[in-house]
Design a protein around this ligand. Sequence first.
Ligand SMILES: [Zn+2]
Length: 295
Amino acid sequence: MTRDALVPFVFEGAAVRGACVRMDDAARDALAAHDYPAPLARVLGELSAAAALLAASLKFRGSLFVQLAGSGPVRLAVVECDHALALRVTAQWDGNAVSGLPADASLADLAGGAADARLAITLDPVDGPLYQGIVALEAGSVAALLEHYLASSEQLESRLALASAGGRVGGLLVQRLPGARDEGALPWTEASQAMDRVTADALLGHDADVTGVLARTFAGRDLRVFAPRTPRFACRCSPARVEQALRIAGAVEVEAALAEAGKVEITCEYCGRRYTYTPAQARSLFEAVPPTAPA
Ligand SMILES: [Zn+2]
């Protein structure tokens, strides 16, 4: 039985909200397509928990991307989570360079230093324009970087705890709702102090289901806990999307691939699914589609 769940909650009578997530199976499945080295797998786990918590906190339909790009041991790391908490992950890295890093390497270490690396959060709503925010990539944990980003870019006071170890992934987010300054700061101060005490063990313990984590973290506080949601791995690749990409790449590109390999083979970077086209199948993508006869 899966332990995976994301549970939103509010403090009763106070302008504090949040969510707690455990996503061991979802992260394992999302990371299964590649043999990620340990420091990268840990960071991808933390980014996955963060992406699920952020996606769940937003009222939107579409995808949220957290993307690290740099010129260091890790050139690219992408976590995509949509409004239904469907998650997928990919990365590009230099195996030798990553193996020289400590297990607790920071995002900045992985990306080769803060100077020419960037962490972007992109919202791609199905019914609206793209929105992108850039997270300052200073020293510090993934959670600390995102807390700073939420406070400075989104004007949302937030506390975030993330943990990823031994195939287990968890996270806890609390946010102070805007416009609630006049009702007293005590609940927020209490929540923030409680977050100071959250450990990786508390988030990842074998007996740590999300409601138990909430009850222990905010003991004595009246919480309203909403129905659990289930994060899961799901790739959005499909034959139609691959064929569209080949059409965009163009007939010249496709002929070059056929000349080299005798076929066209595309591997999805997220899930590892392989799409193979014979010369006839590949060329048919560029044939004019005959008009459909009226029914
Ligand atoms: Zn895929």
